[in-house]
Design a protein around this ligand. Structure first.
Ligand code: PGA
Length: 253
């Protein structure tokens, strides 16, 4: 039985006081929802504060990006060990990183390996563009991203991954995939690709989140599908009431 996992990707939002306020509000509800995995991923500046606030609450902390090298002359980057001092999760290969910052399946692979080597759980993002979707290329694109991003990992490493399927056309648009369509990608494309890499048993244990305009009113529809194991939430994670409503839906499902 896979646990549901709801994570908030705050992207480039919230100053430290704003982040403290939101986490304080979230904890009122999230703390007690211990039947599910739940985490927040604020900007790097708020991570030390968040790590302190979240300690012992059961609510996890993730960073949104890091570099793969251990240290050195990489101005502006965070090393895996620095992220691991504060966080248990790291979002890798979000479509915005791929689109605006040149990330590829190759750099995703380097980051996933670095994350695992430092005891971080990577939340590996995959998903097709609108053009790819309309050209009927979703399965091809998504399985290529899985194979490329997760190349050369052992089944033991594979078992430590979280995948987030986020169709790019659904991110921030209010135009979510239907729960049935998303589930079909999870069940018929992503999990079989994971099984090819790591074997069926490991693939069955990996949490596959859906992301892209998940809101309180559509969340339960996703969470009651066979192969949707939670959500990576952007816009709706920036307000306590909407993110807790989504987390509650996951706990109920
Ligand atoms: P959204 O973003 O929920 O605002 O669509 C999801 C994401 O980018 O992770």
């Amino acid at each position: 039985m896979r646990r549901k996992f709801v994570a908030g990707n705050w992207k480039m939002n919230k100053t430290i006081p704003e982040a403290r306020q939101l986490i304080t509000e979230l904890l009122l509800t999230l703390k007690s929802l211990d039947g599910i995995d739940r985490a927040v991923c604020p900007p790097s500046t708020s991570l030390p504060m968040a790590a302190k606030l979240l300690q012992g609450t059961g609510v996890g902390l993730g960073a949104q990006n890091m570099y793969w090298e251990d240290s050195g002359a990489f101005t502006g980057e965070l090393a895996p060990a620095m992220v691991a001092e504060l966080c248990e999760y790291i979002i890798v290969g979000h479509s915005e990183r791929r689109q605006y910052f040149g990330e590829t399946d190759g750099t995703v692979n380097l980051k996933v390996k670095a994350a695992l080597a430092h005891g971080l759980t990577p939340i590996v993002c995959i998903g097709e563009s609108l053009e790819e979707n309309q050209a009927g290329k979703t399965a091809e694109v998504v399985s290529r991203q899985v194979r490329g991003g997760l190349a050369d990992l052992t089944p033991e490493q594979g078992a430590k991954l979280v995948i987030a399927y986020e169709p790019i056309w659904a991110i921030g648009t209010g135009l979510a995939a239907t729960a049935e369509d998303a589930n079909a990608i999870h069940r018929d494309v992503v999990r079989p690709a994971l099984a090819e890499l790591f074997g069926e048993q490991v693939a069955q244990g990996i949490q596959i989140q859906y992301g892209g305009s998940v809101k309180p009113d559509n969340a339960l529809g996703f969470f009651t599908q066979s192969d949707i194991d939670g959500a990576l939430v952007g816009g709706a994670s920036l307000k306590a009431d909407s993110f807790t409503a989504i987390a509650k839906a996951a706990a109920e499902s």
